[in-house]
Design a protein around this ligand. Structure first.
Ligand SMILES: [Zn+2]
Length: 429
C-alpha cells in the first residue's frame, strides 16, 4: 500500500539532510588515514564506524543487536514481528586509504529511509532492519562477503583460518576481538534464516562512471557479477643468464605478460559481442629478491579476478583461462601454480523488486539508468540463499577504492527517496 506521494516522500527524505551530512563527516573523521579513509575489517577503523552508526540508530529509537560475525542490526519493529523482515544493508569496512562512501552510504541510506518513514507516520507491516555488514572488502582477508556469509551460515570452509594481510592474524582472532563468536561460525550456526527474509535491498555508490556519463543521479541494478579468483598465483620458469638464446629460455615474466594479454583479448572479444564481464590482474610482478637487469626471470607472481553476470558465461571463461594457461605452459616451458581459488556466485536482481524500484523513480520524477553492478556486493550472498535482492546505485565521480570518491548529497538523497518509496509502497500502512 502506498502511504506517501512522491512529493511527500521527497520532503521527508530531504528533512534528514543535516544529520546525514554530519554522519558522513563523522564517519570520515572516524576512518581518516591520509590519503583517504581506512576502515579495516574487524579492526579499529570498522569498529569506530559501527559505534558512530549505532549511536544514530539509538537516537532514532531502533532496536540494536548483533550476531556471531559481529554484524550490526538496527531494527524498526513492524506490526507483525513474526512476518519475514526486510533488510536494508551494506558494509562498513573500506579498502586501505579508500573513500568515505563505498559501503557506508548504504547503511546511512537505510537509517535515513527509516527516519523518513517514521516522520511520515508509516508503520511497516514487518520488521525493517538496517544491517551494518562486516568485512565485505576482500582485499584484507581475500575472502568475499565475510560478514553476510557469516550471518547466513555460508562462510566457505577454512575462511576462519585465513590471515589478514596486514596483521597476519586469523579471521577467527579478529572476529573474537570485535565481540563475535568464531566457534559458533565454525559450527555453521546461522543467524539469518533465508525463510525469514522477505527482501534484501542495498544502496551503493556506482563504482564506474555510467551515471556521470548519462547525467542521471540514480541507477537501478540489473545484477551483481559472480567471479572466480586466484589471489596468489605464480609462474615457475628458470632464472638464467641474460644472454641465453630464446629457444632455451623458461621466462616466467614473459609467460605472465602473455597471460595478461591473452585474458585482456578474451575480454575484448566478449565486449565486442556485448557480453558483460571484466578481467583484472591486480598484482603482477617479478620477485624483487631475485630479479635484476641481467637475469631471465624464473618466477612471476600475479592475481586474477574474472567476473560476469551469468553463471554459464563464468563457467566458459573459467575453461578458457585454463586453456590459455595450458597453451602458455606448453609453448614456453613454464608451470603455472594457480594457488587457492575463490569463487562467488552471480547475484541476479529480483525482477519484481527491480520493477518496484523503477516505479518509485517514475513516481518521484528521478531520472535513472538500468546498470549491471560493476562490483561485487553482499547482495550476491543473500541472492545465493534464494533471498530476493535489489540494488540502487548513486552517481559518483572518480570511481571507488580510492580517496577521490565524490558522491553529492543531493544525489544520495534521490537514492534514499527511491528506497523510501519502495519501502513505503511495499511495507507501509
Ligand atoms: Zn562496497
Amino acid at each position: 500500500m502506498v502511504t506517501g506521494t512522491g512529493e511527500e516522500i521527497k520532503a521527508a527524505v530531504a528533512a534528514q539532510r543535516d544529520w546525514v551530512s554530519q554522519l558522513f563527516d563523522q564517519l570520515r573523521q572516524d576512518g581518516l588515514d591520509e590519503p583517504g579513509v581506512s576502515r579495516d575489517p574487524y579492526g579499529a577503523g570498522e569498529q569506530r564506524a559501527h559505534a558512530s552508526v549505532a549511536a544514530i540508530a539509538r537516537d532514532l529509537g531502533l532496536e540494536i543487536s548483533g550476531d556471531a560475525a559481529a554484524n550490526l542490526y538496527m531494527t524498526l519493529p513492524g506490526r507483525d514481528r513474526s512476518a519475514p523482515r526486510v533488510i536494508v544493508g551494506s558494509h562498513l569496512d573500506s579498502v586501505p586509504h579508500g573513500g568515505n562512501f563505498d559501503g557506508a552510504a548504504g547503511v546511512v541510506a537505510g537509517l535515513a529511509a527509516i527516519a523518513a518513514l517514521k516522520q511520515s507516520g508509516t508503520m511497516p507491516d514487518c520488521d525493517l532492519t538496517v544491517m551494518g555488514i562486516r568485512a565485505e572488502e576482500s582485499i584484507w582477508f581475500q575472502v568475499s562477503y565475510i560478514g553476510s556469509r557469516g550471518a547466513l551460515g555460508t562462510l566457505p570452509d577454512g575462511a576462519l583460518d585465513v590471515r589478514r594481510i596486514d596483521t597476519g592474524r586469523t579471521l577467527a582472532e579478529h572476529i573474537a576481538e570485535c565481540g563475535g563468536d568464531p566457534a559458533a561460525l565454525a559450527a555453521g550456526t546461522r543467524h539469518l534464516d533465508p525463510a525469514g527474509i522477505r527482501a534484501y535491498l542495498e544502496l551503493h555508490i556506482e563504482q564506474a562512471p555510467s551515471l556521470v556519463e548519462a547525467g542521471k543521479p540514480v541507477g537501478i541494478c540489473t545484477g551483481i557479477p559472480g567471479n572466480f579468483r586466484y589471489p596468489n598465483a605464480w609462474i615457475e620458469g628458470a632464472n638464467d643468464h641474460v644472454g641465453l638464446p630464446r629457444r632455451f629460455r623458461h621466462d616466467a615474466a614473459m609467460a605472465g605478460a602473455e597471460f595478461a594479454m591473452a585474458t585482456d583479448a578474451l575480454w575484448a572479444e566478449h565486449d565486442a559481442r556485448g557480453i558483460p564481464m571484466a578481467c583484472t590482474i591486480g598484482r603482477f610482478y617479478t620477485d624483487p629478491a631475485q630479479h635484476g637487469l641481467t637475469i631471465v626471470p624464473g618466477t612471476f607472481h600475479f592475481s586474477l579476478d574474472v567476473r560476469a553476470y551469468d553463471e554459464a558465461v563464468l563457467a566458459a571463461l573459467d575453461e578458457k583461462v585454463d586453456a590459455i594457461i595450458a597453451s602458455i605452459e606448453q609453448r614456453r616451458g613454464v608451470r603455472f601454480h594457480r594457488g587457492p581459488k575463490a569463487r562467488a556466485a552471480v547475484g541476479p536482481a529480483d525482477p519484481a523488486i527491480k520493477a518496484g524500484l523503477t516505479k518509485a523513480t517514475i513516481a518521484l520524477g528521478i531520472q535513472t539508468l538500468d546498470i549491471g553492478s560493476p562490483a561485487s556486493h553482499d547482495g550476491a550472498a543473500f541472492a545465493e540463499c534464494g533471498i530476493p535482492i535489489g540494488m540502487i546505485f548513486v552517481k559518483n565521480r572518480n570511481g571507488s577504492h580510492n580517496p577521490h570518491e565524490a558522491m553529492a548529497i543531493s544525489d544520495f538523497l534521490d537514492g534514499v527517496s527511491v528506497l523510501t518509496h519502495w519501502l513505503s509502497a511495499n511495507l507501509g500502512s
